[in-house]
Design a protein around this ligand. Structure first.
Ligand code: IVH
Length: 681
């Protein structure tokens, strides 16, 4: 290796050492990390690799030798009876198998069982019981010395103050303090209602809550605890395995997670890790991996530990859900209802299992609140099916003098002014004729859950609007089919089919028509409730706000919205033209849609090629089915499009039928859960 490249490696190792120390302190001592865990891990991996390639350059105080940062001076120091080590990581299945092979080589044969546990994303604590009574609790600190957080840990409901019968003379139990997702959401709800700054994520909030000077403050935070390991034990039963140890801890009244499994074949371990990854979002707490431990305690002893981590355990890290990247710019997209939503254009980054290049910024206030500026390095988060979002900037990396981003004053689609009403979070393009909105209204009107006009997809609507054939939804019924037949790709049959589909839609019941009109706040359920309450469009038009408020499920906001919409001059004109086009205006409809999905619960997940997820849900509702957001034992079937993740895995786990798009089409048409076509033989 040349001198130049060795020098370069040495310089980079120094730089990485400094960066790791800085971020380690932000994370462990200050509870205020600047970068996501995955970025931190990447720095450590890079330094380890360089150290392996250049052993002569390894600094005596390299952070790869240490665990966490030292204790802060807010709490008294506690020396751990035995070191609280960290875990080595495996970032893919090959690394996981490589660990297993290393273990096998050291032992001269494979272990007979492994215990897989969830890797909880919180902070490690050690809790000491003497004669069954909680006497001390400490954070991990640097692994040797932690902080005395006894008073704070006593406020955690999950942590027993005394153990059940059979408690040993001394038991030091180690585990993770964490905040559940629901407790975190609730805390943020209260915080935001009080006008405070939102907490960023459950892990940091749990760490900050536990390390409050006053235990009274900790007591107001809904923290939880999982026990996963023992430290010093004096007395108690002779235990040969880790799995039995956890069972014993549970018997003593300590909270042990029910996701613990003991497996006897390493292929099963690999498969299990995959299953946990797919189901991580179904849990009410955050995990960032799976910890695999050799079960046999004698083998653990034989394997021993390095200064940093035991050799008998490994943390398989799940793909990160937060990463940093550069914010290239902020643009605004106009939704079908005219809503102007700012979104971030990002340097592409792999996060949450896919490459992300755009992420939502929600609205003008969020951009200000998060203080993200084009040119910033930002934290991007993508968890499962959730739309990627920008969490915030990494302020330490902000270039000097970076300008804030002004929300545009004009609609990027039509150039008209954007309007934000007093007290509203959203900004709108209020130009009714904005081409984006016209297309959006017509696409929605023709969609399956509304007027269900086959052959009226996004591309065709776009074409008809661009060609000036459609300006509003009523134009659908006077569509010039002669002109359509002149367009490329429209043969005689497809034009005839289109005409017939339009004709058929005239018979759709009032509920579907109301849903199709995109009245603000009126989804499928409200549309059906209004339709069945009034029975006929004429009666609905004559209704007062008071009459509307009397409909079950309608509050004053929806009632006012429906009433106002029906009184708007432009809307009245559209309704008049729909009337003269011969639409059915009755709730029942002359061909009331048969409720073929009545009693069924169909979950839609992933991206379908032929229809949006909302549209699919509306179609299910229109046929009498329900479409909840999560899979349970009560789910009838799961419709899985591209990129389906945890919900698909859950369905497979529960043995619930999974439908592709074609099978979903058949289900909508017939109400039958068509199996796979019979295979020959
Ligand atoms: S065992 C000596 N089990 O992960 C082994 N750790 O990255 C000690 N963690 O410091 C750790 N879930 O804070 C273990 N089921 C689990 C865990 C777990 C989360 C944390 C713990 C540890 C860190 C290492």
């Amino acid at each position: 290796m040349g001198r130049k490249s060795t020098e370069r490696a040495g310089a980079r190792m120094d730089e990485l050492g400094a960066l790791i120390r800085h971020h380690d302190e932000r994370y462990h001592t200050l509870d205020d990390p600047e970068i996501p865990d995955a970025d931190f891990d990447a720095l450590v991996v890079e330094l380890r690799d360089l150290e392996a390639a250049h052993p002569g350059l390894v600094a005596a105080d390299s952070p790869t030798h240490r665990v966490g940062s030292g204790a802060s001076n807010t709490f008294a120091e506690v020396e751990h009876g035995s070191p609280m080590r960290s875990l080595d990581n495996a970032f893919d299945m090959d690394e996981l198998r490589a660990w297993d092979e290393r273990v096998g080589r050291r032992l001269g044969g494979a272990p007979s069982a492994w215990v897989c546990e969830l890797k909880f994303d919180g902070l490690a604590v050690s809790i000491r019981y003497e004669d069954g009574r909680l006497v001390q609790a400490a954070t991990r600190g640097d692994g040797r010395f932690g902080e005395d957080v006894t008073a704070n840990v006593r406020t955690i409901g999950d942590v027993p103050h005394s153990l059940g019968p059979g408690a040993p003379a001394v038991l030091e139990v180690r585990g993770e303090v964490y905040m559940s997702k629901s407790a975190f959401d609730e805390l943020n709800r209260v915080q935001e209602a009080a006008g405070g700054k939102a907490y960023v994520n459950p892990r940091n909030t749990a760490a900050g809550s536990l390390r409050q000077k006053s235990a009274t403050v900790t007591a107001t935070r809904d923290l939880s605890f999982w026990a996963y390991q023992v430290g010093e034990v004096v007395g108690g039963p002779e235990l040969a395995g880790h799995h039995d140890t956890l069972a014993w801890l549970a018997d003593l009244g300590l909270p042990v997670n029910d996701g613990v499994v003991r497996l006897t074949d390493f292929d099963e371990v690999v498969a299990h890790v995959g299953v946990v990854g797919a189901a991580r979002h179904d849990l009410d707490y955050e995990i960032d991996g799976v910890v695999v431990k050799v079960d046999d305690l004698a083998l653990q002893e034989a394997l021993g530990s390095t200064a940093r981590a035991p050799r008998w355990a490994i943390a398989y890290k799940l793909p990160p859900e937060e990463r940093t990247t550069r914010l290239l710019g902020i643009d605004v997209s106009i939704g079908p209802g005219g809503q102007a939503t700012p979104f971030a254009r990002l340097e592409p980054v792999f996060v949450g299992g896919s490459t992300v290049a755009v992420a939502t910024l929600h609205n003008a206030d969020q951009v200000v609140r998060k203080d993200v500026r084009p040119g910033d390095v930002v934290v991007v988060r993508k968890a499962g099916d959730v739309i990627p979002e920008v969490v915030g900037p990494v302020l330490s990396e902000r270039p000097d003098g970076l300008a804030t981003w002004p929300f545009p004053t004009e609609c990027p689609e039509c150039g008209e002014a954007l309007v934000r009403s007093e007290g509203e979070a959203a900004t709108f393009c209020v130009n009714h004729a904005c081409p984006r909105q016209v297309r959006g209204r017509i696409e929605h009107f023709a969609s399956r859950g509304a007027m269900d006009i086959e052959g009226f997809g996004e591309q065709r609507v776009d074409l008809f609007v661009t060609e000036g054939l459609l300006v509003d939804v009523a134009d659908v019924y006077s569509l010039d089919l002669d002109r359509v037949s002149g367009f490329e790709g429209f043969g005689e049959v497809s034009v005839r089919n289109l005409g017939e589909a339009i004709d058929r839609s005239r018979q759709r019941p009032l509920g579907r028509l109301l849903f199709g009109l995109r009245i603000p706040h009126v989804g499928t359920t409200v549309a059906d409730q209004v339709a069945s309450a009034f029975g006929h469009l004429g009666r609905l038009e004559a209704a007062t706000v008071h009459d509307l408020e009397a409909v079950e499920g309608l509050g004053p906001v929806i009632a006012a919205s429906v009433h106002g919409w029906l009184r708007d001059g432009g809307n009245r004109d559209v309704l008049a033209r729909l009337r003269s086009a011969g639409l059915n205006l009755e709730a029942g409809g002359s061909q009331q849609t048969e409720q073929v999905l009545a009693g069924m619960s169909i979950v839609v997940t992933g991206t379908l090629a032929g229809m949006g997820r909302d549209e699919a849900r509306a179609a299910i509702a229109a046929l009498g089915g329900r479409s909840p957001g999560s899979v349970s034992a009560k789910t009838t079937a799961v419709v899985a499009g591209d990129g389906a993740g945890s919900k698909l895995a859950r369905a497979e786990e529960l043995g619930i039928p999974v439908l592709d798009e074609a099978a979903f089409g058949r289900l909508l048409a017939t109400g039958e859960l068509a199996g796979r076509p019979d295979l020959p033989g």
